[in-house]
Design a protein around this ligand. Sequence first.
Ligand SMILES: Nc1ncnc2c1ncn2[C@@H]1O[C@H](COP(=O)(O)OP(=O)(O)OP(=O)(O)O)[C@@H](O)[C@H]1O
Ligand SMILES: [Mg+2]
Length: 457
Amino acid sequence: MDKPPNSQDQGINVDVGGTPMVDGVEALGSDAGGKGQLRQLFDSAMQNNPYFAAGGGLMLLGTGLALAKSGMVRASRLLYRQMIIDLEIQSRDKSYSWFLSWMARHPQRISKHLSVRTSYLQHDNGSVSTKFSLVPGPGNHWIRYKGAFILIKRERSAKMVDLANGSPFETVTLTTLYRDRHLFTEILNEAKDIALKTNAGKTVIYTSFGPEWRKFGQPKAKRLLPSVILDKGIKEGILDDVHDFMNNGKWYSDRGIPYRRGYLLYGPPGSGKTSFIQALAGELDYNICILNLSENNLTDDRLNHLMNNMPERSILLLEDIDAAFNKRDQTGEQGFHSAVTFSGLLNALDGVTSSEETITFMTTNHPEKLDKAIMRPGRIDYKVFIGNATSYQVEKMFMKFYPGETKLCREFVAAVDNMGATVSTAQLQGLFVMNKDDPMNAIKMVTTMKTNEEFII
Ligand SMILES: Nc1ncnc2c1ncn2[C@@H]1O[C@H](COP(=O)(O)OP(=O)(O)OP(=O)(O)O)[C@@H](O)[C@H]1O
Ligand SMILES: [Mg+2]
């Protein structure tokens, strides 16, 4: 059996002659003869054995390359951070849909993945118009904007869902060179301007869809206030009050009072309540969120959620609020029951916690069904009766449809007075539409109008 000389049979890790032992080679190195032999062995392995030498060389080369690679990765990351800039737009942000529409119109784009967005509108006469717009779908797209290339990545999360509407959570990321970063703001502003311009002069009507507000059809041309004919002074009264309310935000905040005001318009069907509120929204340049409390699947929770999550610059219109009182009044009776309760409605009215002003309009055909508790300030601050057509309204309506026909107008007003029945402004409109160019015939047909429901105040 070969043993290294002077090893004293204990392997190579031994303390020989009191020399501090660092490692085996060092230890042996303390011995002149052992050192010579080991070095020889090592030299011959390194120098004379080509395989061993090549292995060592490769190892060094590999380590060097690995270091260089990680260095390059780090350097390129640094460079990327310095030279490239990203902008992320999330689907819950308002500018998200503005941006997609902007991009759909952008001429210089390379998109292989498109999605379709269909707008569908049913007109009053039953006809339907549909418009398709192709927006960039999930994937990568390139656009050239003001000389710069921008990479646009639209991603849809498979796991995350937008709780508000149940649709998948999405993001769009714009990437460009750092020096072109100002283009992001320009693009967002351009997208916003286009979106707002499409709505300029129009009123957006929102209705509830599950827990969220959705646009109802395309934005409608504003209804002008003079087109709604109410009895003397009613429009002016409401308008003054609304303006006064809107100009006094500081007064409310200084006193810690919630900045909201509630209006109740009550009266028979077809007297112009809804039309007036729509025209008022147009006048104030507001949108309108309509909720019908007699909707069957509307619950207290949904009502509360919707009222606290309104699109900005909107008037809330709660139609048929008496429906919330049916449940209590009609206990035990067969027939329709609204799911919104009286206390649910009061809580929702009291609980609106918007920092902006909140203008709520409520309508009913049955004010006698309302509980007195709803008349408290903060819930309903201003109430006004919108009744069947008065002589003043009959005259104004006639003149609106037949301008210049003053003499016939007097005849018409007299005929309505003699009829001895009350008619609604909606019925008058119906008669005039039927006799578009024939005021004489409209006079003849006055008696065909039926009495609009008698109204108990
Ligand atoms: N005072 C009015 N001036 C002009 N148009 C009116 C007036 N009243 C009713 N109309 C017309 O009659 C139709 C119905 O009116 P609207 O829906 O505003 O009535 P309403 O009071 O809200 O009725 P309801 O109580 O049934 O909801 C509309 O087309 C509207 O243009
Ligand atoms: Mg109405």
